[in-house]
Ligand binder design. Structure first.
Ligand SMILES: O=P(O)(O)OC[C@@H](O)[C@@H](O)c1c[nH]c2ccccc12
Length: 288
C-alpha cells in the first residue's frame, strides 16, 4: 500500500528532523518571523466569484511519475500568481513527489500568495518546520491520523499561526474530522491515496455532510472548466489543481482556460496579458 510506505518514510524523516530541530530554538526563531498570510481568508474571498483556486507546484507523483521535466518552482509560482491563483500548494515531500522544503522557501521570497506545505504530516516537528520554511498553512490527512492526533496537530499548527487544510476521502474520515472541528478548510480528495483511483463524484457524495461553517475544497483529478463547474455544483467552494497545470508549457494560460477570467478583469487580461504585469510585480518582490 502506497500510503503505508509513505508514512513509514515520514516516520524515518521525523526521527532525523527531531535530531536537528531544537523546538525551543524553533519557537524563538518563529517569534521573530513576520506573521503568516491568511490562507483560509484568501480562499474565503477568492479572485473569481464563487470558486477559489489553490494552484499546486508539483514535479512528480507516485501515481504519474515525472509530470514536468522543465521544473522551475519559482517561475511556476510567479506564473500562477500572475494568473490569479488565490493560494499556492507546494509539495515538499522529496522521495515520492520530488518536492523540496527549499522550493517552498524560494517561492515564499518570490510571491505574495499564501502557501500550503503539501506533505504527509504526522508529527509536531514537521509543523514547526513548515512555519520555519515559510508556509502559511499545512495539510493534515485524515487517512493517516487518528482523531486525537489530528486534534493535537491542528492545535499545534494554530499555535504557530498556520491555517490547516484537513483532507478526507470518505464519509468515515469526514465523521472523524467532525469530531475535531466543524469549521475551517476541509479538502475532499477525489483521489484515493491507497489505490490512486480518482472520481470527481467523491466531492458531491461528501458535500451534503459538510458543516455550513466549513469551506469545501475539491482536490485532485480536475482537468477542465467543466470539471470545475461539476465539483462547484456538487458543493465545492474551491479547487486544488496540480497536474493539469503542470503538464502545460504555459501554466498561466492553463489557469485562465480552466478557471476563467478573474472577476472584474477583462477576459484578455486574464488570458495572458496579465502575465506581464503580474510577473513584473513578482520580479520586484523577488529582487528586494
Ligand atoms: O495533480 P492533481 O490531480 O490536480 O492533484 C493535486 C492535489 O490534490 C494532489 O497533489 C494531492 C491531494 N492530496 C495530496 C496529499 C499528498 C500529496 C499530494 C496530494
Amino acid at each position: 500500500m502506497y500510503l503505508d510506505r509513505i508514512v513509514e518514510t515520514k516516520r524515518r524523516e521525523v526521527r532525523l528532523l527531531k535530531e536537528t530541530l531544537n523546538m525551543a530554538e524553533a519557537e524563538r526563531r518563529i517569534a521573530a518571523m513576520p506573521p503568516t498570510l491568511g490562507f483560509e481568508a484568501a480562499l474565503r474571498s477568492p479572485k473569481r466569484q464563487g470558486m477559489a483556486l489553490i494552484a499546486e507546484v508539483k514535479k512528480a507523483s507516485p501515481s504519474k511519475g515525472l509530470i514536468r521535466a522543465d521544473f522551475d518552482p519559482v517561475r511556476l509560482a510567479q506564473a500562477y500568481e500572475a494568473a490569479g491563483a488565490d493560494c499556492l500548494s507546494v509539495l515538499t515531500d522529496n522521495e515520492y513527489f520530488q518536492g523540496s522544503a527549499d522550493y517552498l522557501t524560494a517561492i515564499r521570497a518570490a510571491v505574495k500568495l499564501p502557501l500550503l506545505r503539501k506533505d504527509f504530516v504526522i508529527d509536531e516537528s514537521q509543523i514547526y518546520e513548515a512555519r520555519l520554511i515559510g508556509a502559511d498553512a499545512v495539510l493534515l490527512i485524515a487517512a493517516i491520523l487518528p482523531v486525537a492526533r489530528l486534534r493535537e496537530l491542528k492545535a499545534a499548527a494554530e499555535s504557530l499561526g498556520l491555517d490547516t487544510l484537513i483532507e478526507v476521502h470518505n464519509a468515515d474520515e469526514l465523521d472523524a474530522v467532525l469530531q475535531v472541528t466543524d469549521r475551517g478548510l476541509i479538502g475532499v480528495n477525489n483521489r484515493n491515496l491507497h489505490t490512486f483511483e480518482t472520481s470527481l463524484d467523491v466531492t458531491a457524495e461528501l458535500a451534503p455532510r459538510m458543516p455550513k461553517r466549513a469551506l469545501l475544497i475539491s482536490e485532485s483529478a480536475i482537468r477542465t472548466k467543466e470539471d470545475v463547474a461539476y465539483v462547484g455544483s456538487g458543493g465545492a467552494s474551491g479547487v486544488l489543481i496540480g497536474e493539469t497545470f503542470m503538464r502545460r508549457a504555459d501554466v498561466g494560460e492553463a489557469v485562465a482556460e480552466v478557471m476563467g477570467p478573474v472577476s472584474g478583469a477583462p477576459a484578455s487580461a486574464a488570458a495572458g496579458e496579465s502575465a506581464d504585469t503580474g510577473a513584473g510585480a513578482a520580479d520586484s518582490e523577488a529582487s528586494r
